[in-house]
Design a protein around this ligand. Structure first.
Ligand code: COA
Length: 373
């Protein structure tokens, strides 16, 4: 068995500089110096995307113009819709997002780094449209309109998903969720995007690469995996028994633990509170109760805490979002952080190319094919 490398998974190693985000148990999570707790309470996704991409919070006119710009960019080219209509309902929604993004990059290629913001904003505007258009066509046989009066991504997404105007509470929770997921320093998908950007590839390719990394259950897929687990349990006692059994079998509980935070994930308290609020509005809080029971067992047994993904599962359920769209929502939001990182990488670039510790044979003699065993 391969020996476990000191610092395996690049844990604890500084792999570059960023002015976008701090992450850590002591420093907490902050985007450009603004604490996540403040951003989730006072900010909207569009303000936060602007902050990440343009380096400052927008003033009233800048925010109005930015929202208008994104709103005007939401519709998809006919040939992209055609491709999405061809993808079966059985496809993985993250693969759909990758395909949609790559197709957009074929139809509207990034013309130059000077014009990168044009392509970036186009991707931010279209991500909810891509996955929801495919979902509604393949699952409901509906060729939905992507034009509506919603002036935020949160409202637009819920509107096209349910074909109706969302409530203020639902818009508010969706918006906060997008704020929470927008940026998180050198996580696996962001690092993937930066590696791709460092080769001077185009911005669409960087996002497609990042989508591939985010798809994995150890990263973005955890909210979906958590839902797959908790939806089966009806009571707190049942959940507790099942979790204890899983821990005894040394199974990983999705939505718990974190590579950087050691005691708590600052995003958890925020989404947990929203999940509770939604559960009361929904009129049946059993999923929330089950989630809280699991949180208690995990802390008592393993001193493990819920990360951002765990209470997102119940919150999204109460918002009426199908489980398979959980991870794509992460993409809709994180594309702002990914592309801000790509811009930062491009502004001060050197190709990312680490080294490996070689563990193969010292030297090997060539054996002609007829003499091989
Ligand atoms: N459930 C059960 N045990 C867990 C656990 C979980 N979710 N997360 C970590 N552990 C345990 C590991 O089994 C390991 O125990 P050991 O030392 O006895 O072998 C120890 O805690 C360290 O875990 P490790 O996987 O090495 O930590 P990491 O820093 O490499 O991984 C994660 C971090 C996030 C990948 C990991 O916690 C995980 O897989 N969580 C579930 C997936 C998830 O929610 N991902 C979303 C992250 S935002």
């Amino acid at each position: 068995m391969a020996k476990k490398l000191e610092g395996a998974g690049l844990r604890g190693q500084v792999a570059g500089e960023t002015s976008l985000c701090t992450v850590g148990q002591e420093e907490g999570l902050a985007y450009r110096g603004y604490k996540i707790e403040t951003l989730a309470e006072k900010g909207t996704f569009e303000e936060i995307a602007y902050l990440l991409l343009y380096g400052k919070l927008p003033n009233v006119a800048e925010l109005r113009d930015y929202k208008e710009l994104l709103k005007s960019q939401r519709d998809l080219p006919d040939s992209l819709k055609k491709v999405l209509r061809e993808i079966p309902a059985t496809a993985h929604p993250m693969a759909v997002m990758g395909t949609g993004c790559a197709m957009l990059g074929n139809l509207e290629p990034e013309d130059s780094i000077e014009n990168q913001m044009k392509s970036i904003n186009r991707m931010i505007a279209t991500m909810p449209s891509i996955v929801t258009y495919w979902y509604r066509f393949s699952h409901d046989n509906e060729d939905i309109s992507l034009i509506n009066d919603e002036d935020t991504m949160a409202g637009h997404f819920l509107h096209i998903l349910h074909s109706k105007t969302p409530s203020d509470l639902h818009r508010r929770v969706m918006d906060a969720s997008l704020v929470l997921y927008a940026e998180h320093e050198f996580n696996a998908s962001t690092f993937t995007a930066r590696v791709c950007a460092s080769t001077m590839s185009d911005i669409f390719s960087c996002v497609v690469a990042a989508i591939g990394s985010l798809k994995g259950p150890l990263h973005g897929g955890a909210n979906e995996a958590a839902m797959g687990m908790i939806e089966n349990w009806k009571t707190q006692d049942e959940a507790k028994d099942k979790i204890l059994g899983m821990l005894a079998n040394k199974e990983k509980i999705m939505g718990f633990g974190h590579a950087i935070y050691s005691e708590s994930d600052p995003r958890n308290a925020i989404i947990k509170e929203f999940s509770k609020k939604l559960s009361m509005e929904y009129g049946d809080d059993s999923l929330y109760q089950v989630s809280e029971a699991i949180e208690k067992v995990m802390w008592n047994e393993k001193k493990l805490f819920p990360n951002a993904d765990f209470f997102h599962a119940s919150a999204y359920f109460y918002l009426g979002i199908p489980t398979k769209l959980f991870t794509p929502i992460f993409v809709m939001s994180r594309v702002s952080g990914w592309t801000a990182h790509c811009m930062e990488q491009r502004a001060n670039n050197r190709i990312i190319r680490p080294s490996a510790e070689y563990t193969g044979p010292e030297s090997a003699e060539w054996i002609d094919i007829e003499d091989r065993e």
